[in-house]
Design a protein around this ligand. Sequence first.
Ligand code: NAG
Ligand code: NAG
Ligand code: NAG
Ligand code: NAG
Length: 323
Amino acid sequence: MAKLSVFLFVLSFSTIVNAGPGSHSLWAVATYIIGETPFPEFTVVLMLDEVQVGYYDSNNKQSIYRGLNPTDKIYDDLAQEGDDVFGEIYYDMKERSVQLKHHLNLTEGIQVQQRMAGCEMLDIGEPAMIMFKDNFNAIYTDQMVYYNMTHFKYDAGKLLPGWDGMMQAYKRRLYENDLLPRCIKTLTTFLKKENNIVMRKVPPRLRLIKKEVSGGLQVSCLAFGFYPRHINLTLLRDGQPVAEQELAGGEVLPSGDGTYQLRKSLEVSTEELKKRHNYTCTASHLSLDNKLDVSWESGAERVHLSTLSALFLFNLYLTRQVS
Ligand SMILES: *[C@@H]1O[C@H](CO)[C@@H](O)[C@H](O)[C@H]1NC(C)=O
Ligand SMILES: *[C@@H]1O[C@H](CO)[C@@H](O)[C@H](O)[C@H]1NC(C)=O
Ligand SMILES: *[C@@H]1O[C@H](CO)[C@@H](O)[C@H](O)[C@H]1NC(C)=O
Ligand SMILES: *[C@@H]1O[C@H](CO)[C@@H](O)[C@H](O)[C@H]1NC(C)=O
């Protein structure tokens, strides 16, 4: 359950984080569970550009870093920083859970508090922003803090009373002078260590999938197995791009193996299928020198089918004539 909700939280978050192709991010997804479960009370999953690179929990109280290769490693220089930061988040969330329990009169049951905290930079060493965002029982968005070099935003949420003006001014200085530079420094160190994972380029594979649906055919353009996540995928009809609002899907999703996938689908009516159209799925990606494309022509197959059935009828006719 915890794993799933972490995954959902990451997904919902990745739609907010709008990093460009040169940018990098470091996010800690922390989960604090109130109530008895088989899981540790507190767990953290650390994501570098959406690839899991670290783990921490309240049982071991020790950060474990790992890349895509399964060998766990402990980086001495990062471990202390990780233990400190995750320890602070643990303490903070524990305290908040006591307040939430009291304030919302939660006497029994399992409650899940989650926090996404981290930073982003545009290019190596150039800080862009830092933020954290809380979420309670995967339904309620709770407090949020955001700082991007020029603006500081704070939302107290609706669950608990928030910080007063003086506290907000103090927090702003803390984010500006301490937390953002520290997070960017850690992110830069990670990037150097995990260079082969984060800087790798894996080209997409492309499929044009046709599926029968009521009223026609669903033509889907699927790109999968690519890294990094930025991709341009377009469906063309007779060489012209199909408008985005005609297409369903379109969200880049992690495949779970460190690569991404994207699907865009178009519904084509039976009427339209009879016409001859050339549908082309085309993709451009950092890993490719040229565009990748696959095409399919509608109409042609129908002609083929009707020719076949005409032949069948003709055969039937012949058989009848002979007998
Ligand atoms: C809290 O819950 C208990 C048990 O459900 C109830 O008796 C009590 O009145 C509640 N208190 C408040 C302030 O809602
Ligand atoms: C910071 O955020 C504000 C408000 O969202 C935005 O107007 C501003 O351009 C951002 N500044 C930078 C440096 O990204
Ligand atoms: C369909 O269009 C693509 C790109 O516009 C082109 O490369 C391909 O040759 C066309 N296929 C047919 C069968 O016309
Ligand atoms: C996608 O298209 C935009 C606009 O044409 C371009 O700037 C960007 O580099 C393309 N991205 C990739 C990964 O090809």
